[in-house]
Design a protein around this ligand. Sequence first.
Ligand SMILES: [Zn+2]
Length: 67
Amino acid sequence: MAGEVSLVLEKIDGIESSQDLDALIRREVSARKGGSREPDPSLCPSCGEKNIATSKFCAECGAKLIG
Ligand SMILES: [Zn+2]
C-alpha cells in the first residue's frame, strides 16, 4: 500500500514539474520575442527613424506613422 501511494505521488510530481517546465519555456520564448521585436508605433515604416510617440508623421522623411 505504501509503495502504491509513493508511486502515485511520483506520477503526480512528474506531471506537475513537466507543466511547470512547459509554462516556463513558453514564458521564456514570449519574453525573448517581445524583447527582440517590440512593435513600436513611433518607428517610421518607411525609413525606420525613431520618432516621438505622439507624432503623426516621421520627422526624417515625412511618412505617415502607424501609431
Ligand atoms: Zn521616416
